[in-house]
Design a protein around this ligand. Structure first.
Ligand SMILES: Cc1ncc(COP(=O)(O)O)c(C=O)c1O
Length: 402
């Protein structure tokens, strides 16, 4: 959890600024706020890193992905191709907007593959919601070719991939709009928060309206502003934005250390028989937040997980059995268990969610064990971890081979 490792005077100073004026609201109050605009600062920091033309700070990454979909024109009845391996927020956002998730295969990049997208196309496909998982990046050249050929809308959930890029373009900026999460577990955190990004002005403006009850944010009398569309409250508070701005300034340092530490661990573990690593669309664009180990098959990965649990190794995720990141555990989605009726229950699901055939995704996620990379690790910490993990892998593999 790199951002949280570096909390310090910078975050405190940003919060003090906000408290000194008492203006915790991101809009208006120009006279009292002494020119302190933390949400705008946070947005500017994200634009500086990513080169996005527009950025909008919101209350969460989930809100940002919902805004990205809505502002890209995705709504009731639209089929949206989604991965079965993502944080559940991606699928929830599609469903809450009335759209219909169509699950497609991922590949060893841990993201949707171009081939998977092609196979999931139907005459009703409107969009692809690509998720850049585990700090990395998808195979964008191949995916963009499919998106263009079939005139699809591309929305990117880069919730876990802020500061990752592909051939010089930052994740989130390949399609109509993108989303980053700055929750407590990300490369940088606002406590809770997210950023919507887009290079398209009209999409950004729509997101800006959507995330604040439709407000057009014109003039300085909030109560008299126009409301071009129906929206909701996805606003970020100035306190969260203050932390987000301070943390985002630390991201170049965090990424540099993450990459160094990831390379160190990877070099220690790569010599072990049977171990490989998840692929990256562009290895130069990794954010370095996860070390993604791949074992030869699901059975051996499970054995490694068991050995690591027995040995007290911590700091890893085995997504295959995780309740929130892999479709195998999403019974509530398969059975459409809702608090109140959603459009998908009226329109009908576009696939039989209980009997999906996604063998490649099953194989990839079954083999995957991800370690969260820490930016403050010392070589001693990493050598100790690498030797513990190596022992567990060797033990697990010897059981498999016995
Ligand atoms: C891929 C992805 N999308 C969306 C989100 C949601 O972000 P938040 O927790 O900020 O709502 C997350 C958070 O873990 C995520 O990993």
């Amino acid at each position: 959890m790199p951002g949280t490792e570096l909390f310090g005077a910078e975050e405190r100073k940003e919060i003090e600024d906000v408290l000194s004026t008492g203006i915790l609201f991101r809009f208006n109050h120009d006279a009292q706020r002494k020119n302190i605009w933390k949400a705008k600062d946070f947005e500017q920091e994200v634009k500086t890193i990513t080169g996005a033309k527009h950025a909008l700070a919101v209350s969460s990454g989930s809100a940002a992905i919902m805004a990205a979909l809505a502002a890209s024109g995705i709504g009731t009845g639209d089929e949206v191709i989604c991965p079965p391996f993502t944080y559940i927020a991606t699928i929830e956002a599609v469903l809450m907007l009335g759209a219909l998730p169509v699950f497609a295969e991922i590949d060893e990049t841990l993201c949707l593959s171009a081939d998977g997208i092609k196979k999931a196309l139907t005459p009703k496909t409107k969009a692809v919601c690509l998720v850049h998982m585990c700090g990395g990046n998808a195979n964008m050249d191949e995916i963009m070719a499919v998106v263009k050929e079939h005139q699809l809308i591309l929305v990117e959930d880069a919730g876990q991939a802020f500061a990752a890029s592909y051939k010089g373009t930052y994740t989130g900026l390949f399609g109509q709009a993108g989303a980053y999460s700055f929750d407590f577990f990300k490369i940088a955190t606002a406590g809770e928060g997210g950023i919507f990004v887009s290079n398209h002005e009209t999409t950004y403006k729509l997101a800006d309206n959507f995330c604040d009850h439709g407000h057009d944010h014109a003039g300085n009398n909030r109560g008299m502003e126009n409301h071009p569309v129906i929206g909701f409250n996805f606003r970020i508070s100035e306190l969260h934005a203050a932390v987000g701005a301070a943390q985002t300034r630390k991201v170049p340092f965090i990424r540099k250390n993450n990459l160094k530490n990831k390379a160190f661990l990877q070099s220690k573990l790569s010599a072990i028989e049977g171990v490989s690593f998840a692929k990256l669309g562009d290895a130069n664009g990794d954010s370095g937040t996860f070390l993604n180990l791949m074992l030869p098959d699901t059975a051996s990965a499970k054995r490694v997980v068991d050995e690591m649990n027995k040995a007290g190794v911590t700091g890893f995720n085995y997504w295959y059995t995780n309740m929130y990141h892999f479709i195998n555990q999403w019974e509530h989605i398969k059975e459409l268990k809702t608090a109140a009726k959603l459009p998908i229950e009226v329109l009908g699901a576009p696939q039989d969610y209980k009997n999906l055939n996604l063998p490649k995704s099953q194989e990839v996620v079954g083999r995957l064990i991800s370690f969260g990379v820490r930016c403050t690790w010392t070589e001693e910490d990493m050598s100790k971890l690498a030797s513990q993990v190596a022992d567990c892998i060797k033990k697990a593999m010897s059981t498999v081979n016995a």
